[in-house]
Design a protein around this ligand. Structure first.
Ligand SMILES: NC(=O)C1=CN([C@@H]2O[C@H](COP(=O)(O)OP(=O)(O)OC[C@H]3O[C@@H](n4cnc5c(N)ncnc54)[C@H](O)[C@@H]3O)[C@@H](O)[C@H]2O)C=CC1
Ligand SMILES: O=C(O)/C=C/C=C(\O)C(=O)O
Length: 473
């Protein structure tokens, strides 16, 4: 039994978390309520001035020390994550996610955030300082629980805030274990995790002791959180759902792009907000792209996460399994041609839904128009590039998108016509801590990563004097 897992479980009682691949127990989680949340916010508020006064250089050292601590416990963390979330250890999955948590902490620590200085021709001078906001409330999802926790806590802490985090009720052990390790490097109460349900989440969003909210999850929940935050004008960063389109241009090489397309869509078994969820292919390449993608999909093993052979896992929970199954059924009912998958084996344990590719769907089929968040990719035919761009832009969400072509000029031209926060070229979902990441339209607002992401966790304070009265020291 994992010692880290032991250390985060209550001495007795609690809710048992089951492995989505096997149905076996992974561990137990305490379920604090609103009273414990209040205590956590009070403790984080009390710790905040001391954390801020340490100064940026010391906070950078401690974030790097937290990254080292994760690295030293990486395999144990990956096993907890794999068993609770379902994602395999191997491939771009559990070990990759733990590695991402380390990389994002280090990258966040490395961003320069000195005060900005503005010197004007009329002898006026100003400085812009970035002060902590106070306590950040972070609410996360179940798909990338460790990575997304770091996306929320690292910029918040770097800018001198303390953090109260409520993980998804589906994956609390992963976040508690990660925080337990990170906290070995941090002062007490700088990062507090309160596992709990929606009631705890709602209380966090309405809490008068919380200054800013960071949320990653569904658009519907994001809207509820924005409404709740409005009462006290809390700052909010919203990373919400998407339904990312990819457009293959007619000069692409289907064999060369097939593996990139596959992982763009099926990373984490499709349970990724910025995964490729609709693929638009020109008539001239349609059959070749369908057959190359089918070839790659058939070669990717799916199964229990702790087996090193597997690179795809189950859906994380029954609700998500049912969503994917009903959308694939709608695709079949709507005349879709299933190229591979689409027929789950209900006799095996676990929420396994096979890797599924569906061709010949109209653009308004539910599998195309709704976020499937699972291993089912619709491939839609187009006859003109204008038509493809219109279909890609036709939804009210716009997180990511991608363009697949060997021509950089054509790629840029199409990318600039797409409505999305990030447009990838010849890859999809390859996030980078140095590049701002955020949604357009109902995929959210605010950005994460890079200096732009750090500044979302700070209050800019401009100091400006009358001409000649305030100058550089
Ligand atoms: N953008 C992304 O990365 C993710 C998107 N999703 C999408 O969301 C759908 C539903 O998944 P869920 O886990 O149910 O996501 P959700 O958005 O309902 O839950 C995410 C988090 O918000 C909390 N929460 C729920 N209602 C709340 C409220 N009113 N106030 C404060 N906190 C609240 C939950 O406890 C959880 O921690 C999926 O089918 C998928 O389409 C799910 C996970 C991640
Ligand atoms: O590709 C990754 O490393 C992780 C991506 C996670 C998301 O885009 C997400 O689901 O928020």
């Amino acid at each position: 039994m994992s010692t880290l897992l032991d250390s985060i479980q209550p001495a007795s009682g609690g809710r048992t978390i089951l492995d989505p691949a096997t149905g076996e127990p992974v561990g137990r989680v305490a379920e604090p309520g609103v009273a414990e949340l209040d205590a956590a916010v009070a403790a984080a508020r009390a710790a905040q001035p001391g954390w801020a006064v340490l100064g940026d250089a010391r906070r950078v050292e401690l974030l790097n020390a937290a990254a080292d601590a994760i690295e030293a416990n990486a395999e144990e963390l990956a096993v907890i994550l794999s068993r609770e979330q379902g994602k395999p250890l191997n491939g771009p999955n559990a070990r990759f996610e733990v590695g991402g948590a380390v990389a994002w902490l280090r990258a966040t620590a490395a961003v320069p955030v000195e005060p900005e200085v503005i010197v004007n021709d009329d002898a006026t001078y100003a400085e812009v300082h970035h002060k902590p906001l106070g306590v950040v409330g972070a609410i996360g999802p179940w798909n990338w629980p460790m990575m997304i926790s770091v996306w929320q806590l690292a910029p918040s802490l770097r800018m001198g805030n303390t953090v109260v985090m409520k993980p998804s009720e589906f994956t609390p052990l992963s976040v508690l274990a990660l925080a337990q390790v990170i906290n070995t490097a941090l002062p007490a109460d700088v990062l507090i995790v309160v596992p709990g349900g929606r009631d705890v989440g709602e209380a966090l969003t309405a809490h008068p002791g919380v200054d800013k909210l960071m949320f990653t999850g569904s658009t519907a929940t994001g809207k509820a959180i924005i409404r709740s935050a409005a009462d006290s004008v809390k700052r909010v960063t919203m990373e919400l759902g998407g339904n990312d389109a990819g457009i293959v241009l007619d000069d692409a090489d289907p064999a060369a792009i097939a593996e990139g397309l596959f992982w763009g869509a099926f990373i984490n078994t499709g349970q990724t907000c910025a995964a490729l969820k609709r693929l638009y292919v020109p008539d001239s390449l349609y059959d070749a792209v369908c057959s190359e993608l089918t070839r790659v999909a058939q070669a990717m093993p799916m199964g229990v996460g702790l087996s090193e052979d597997n690179v795809l896992g189950p859906l994380q929970n029954k609700k998500q399994y049912d969503i994917v199954a009903s959308l694939v059924q709608a695709a079949k009912d709507g005349g879709g041609r299933v190229l591979v998958g689409g027929d789950p084996d209900e006799s095996t344990p676990g929420y396994f839904y096979p890797t599924t590719l569906v061709a010949d769907l109209p653009n308004d089929n539910p599998l195309v128009a709704q976020e499937q968040f699972g291993p089912a990719l619709p491939i839609i035919r187009y006859s003109s590039l204008d038509e493809a761009i219109e279909m890609a832009n036709g939804l009210d969400v716009g997180l990511g998108a991608s363009v697949w072509t060997p021509s950089p000029d054509r790629a840029r031209e199409v990318a600039l016509r797409l409505e999305a926060g990030t447009v990838w070229i010849n890859e999809h979902g390859a996030i980078d801590p140095r590049v701002p990441f955020g949604g357009s339209k109902q995929s959210g607002f605010g950005v994460e990563f890079s200096k732009a992401g750090l500044l979302e966790c700070a209050q800019p304070v401009s100091i400006k004097g009358a001409a000649g009265s305030f100058t550089a020291s």
